[in-house]
Design a protein around this ligand. Sequence first.
Ligand code: OGA
Ligand code: MN
Length: 230
Amino acid sequence: MSIEAPFAGNPYIENSIPVFSRETPFYNLLNDLQTKGWSIQDDFFSTDFTQALMDEVENIHNAYMLQAGVGRKQDHQIVLDARRDYIQWIDPDKPIRKDFLRTMEALRVALNRRLFLGLFDYEAHFARYEKGAFYEKHIDAFKGQSNRILSTVLYLNEGWQAGDGGELVIYDEREPTKEIGRFSPNKGRLAVFLSECFYHEVVVAKRTRHSIAGWFRVNGTIGGALDPDQ
Ligand code: OGA
Ligand code: MN
């Protein structure tokens, strides 16, 4: 079977950073999303690209990060029992951030082309879990209430060890008490899942844990007012 890679000769990327590292993880991702609604892919992006994102997040001073909350806009609350991570939303204000958003834009188009998801845009933030931080079991979007369709998490941690905690735990779609997967936040690993379908949590990290969490959204525009992000 010969399929043209949607990312071949990708026009978006500046600094000649190759987009998706190889074809296989992309097709595995498509296949997983079609068959089970979630996917974990290692080395999804090139090593250089992942490393540049790691350098970027490691250099953000805590003072420039926000205590993450629960809920959007006016419903937003800081609930320390629920989550303890610090975040910084990603804007295209530096080359590497712009490259990341453009890469995810290329992924958005590629996913729409293959899966007809109607994804409209993407929002993402860097996240830092200091030692002791966690994110209790939750769902990223409630059916009918949100426009988040597909969640992504890219992990940015060198040499994560079995005892370091901080795993992403994914629960069964139909039986949300049943754990179906537990994944370490290893450098270059990408988790993708349907936002409305899967409960998940981050167990207590025993060392600083970095990631980029993001969401592909559909357009929730009503009456000409663009639906706000974040
Ligand atoms: C989130 C989230 C999971 C992770 O930010 O909503 O669930 O593994 N993150 O970081
Ligand atoms: Mn989540």
